[in-house]
Write a protein that binds this ligand. Sequence first.
Ligand code: BES
Ligand code: MN
Ligand code: ZN
Length: 498
Amino acid sequence: MTSTPSISFAKFAAPKKGSAMVLVADGGVMSDAAKALDTAGAFSRAFTASDFSGRSGGTVEILAPEGSPLDRVVALGVGNPGEIDDYSWLKLGGSIGAQLRKAVEVAVIAELAERPLEAGEVARLAAGLLLRCYTFEKYKSRKDDADDKPANTRPAKVTIHCADPAAAKKAFADLQAVVDGVTLARDLVNEPANVLGPVEFAASAKGLEKLGVTVEILTEKEMKKLGMGALLGVSQGSARPPRLVVMRWNGGKAKDNPIAFIGKGVVFDTGGVSIKTAAGMEEMKGDMGGAAAVTGLMHALAARKAKVNAVGILGCVENMVDGNSQRPGDIVTSMSGQTIEVLNTDAEGRLVLADALWYCNERFQPKFMVNLATLTGAVMVALGKSYAGLFSNNDELAERLTNAGLTTQEKLWRLPLGAEYDKLIDSKNADMKNIGGRHGGAITAAQFLKRFVKDTPWAHIDIAGTAIGSLSNEINQSWASGFGVRLLDQFVRDHYES
Ligand code: BES
Ligand code: MN
Ligand code: ZN
């Protein structure tokens, strides 16, 4: 059962029943279509009574307006119409989503006083609305329990009234691809680890074949043959075998080297023998947030037929405690040939990514590699939960990612790399160790990854603080935000489509 609203687009017409949503600019300025719904001056009285001036983010609800067939009109403030950017439209759509409540029929009047909304703006409203209304309810067998947010068993039917419904529909199809990618990523992260193991994760990625993505799944045996001792060492304590997923979307020119995205897919992280404390360990079902974002991104690129060649690689393993688990002090040999002394089995994400990055680079000679990972608690100590950590060996790549972060409000903050940090992971007994000591933990983790990318332009995005246990905002109310999908889709749109 889903309560996902359905959305359609129509020409302006006065709604005759249900709820209507209208946009109000600074100073209480409304479009003619909105004013026409105000049959007996109820709006201006309500605005005054609730001190509403149309500032961005404000809302007023007018119930059963006098002389009107409508049950409810919600006025949404948009502030200064000259200052509404792409993300503001998405947020406004989110606010509309929040105002649906139990409404069944909803008309959104997509018009400002000066002009009707453009098709792209209308599409953003719709996308924001859907992102906001996402819920993860598949394991709630009782829909009517005490929880004060009962699922709406009759999903809202939202009609967006606009100047050019056909153009809006077309613009929305493109954004729907991205919304579906975010939804897929959120679903994967929210799914518990008993249901979603490495094999199941890979099977879910295989589902992208219906969009024209080529999906290969490497088994344990194949990874052994490739010499992926770092990834396999993490996996060896789990009863469930690992998988390496290779997704390819070829929407660009045949001769163009691909761009590549690599995700940490630890379906559950107990810490291994260096076991984590009990409190909050359940959150480690989300330790595949990087792999989920890469899967969601590949979905988005394929569904909107992006003109780019892109590779997505997922290292899917489970980090468990067992008689066969790897021990602190074990030395493993990575696919690169470099040896690693595993001093803490809880620093496992970097071990998985070491082999995934090396494999990607060797096989595809990508233009660049961007990896996403819920890699360290330390990145949250540094940046909190509002920014993901960005590390890169390439200033242009870092700047492009940072800018896509500003556009999408999936924000990145660059942290340093350097020789002084790199030497902290030198080991007495092997080429390197997998931890760097007490300080700068997010940085030493990044330095570790850097040893597996040669000179290929590369960026690492540490999403431990942003992908799971996410802050709620206008377009996300879920524990799993799907962080990275909108960011990387924007980054690809801005620079890599031919
Ligand atoms: N998956 C964790 C990082 C993490 C912590 C993600 C909290 C999301 C929320 C990672 O595998 C880990 O355990 N990192 C250790 C590294 C340490 C042992 C060097 C950490 O951050 O404590
Ligand atoms: Mn760990
Ligand atoms: Zn982990």
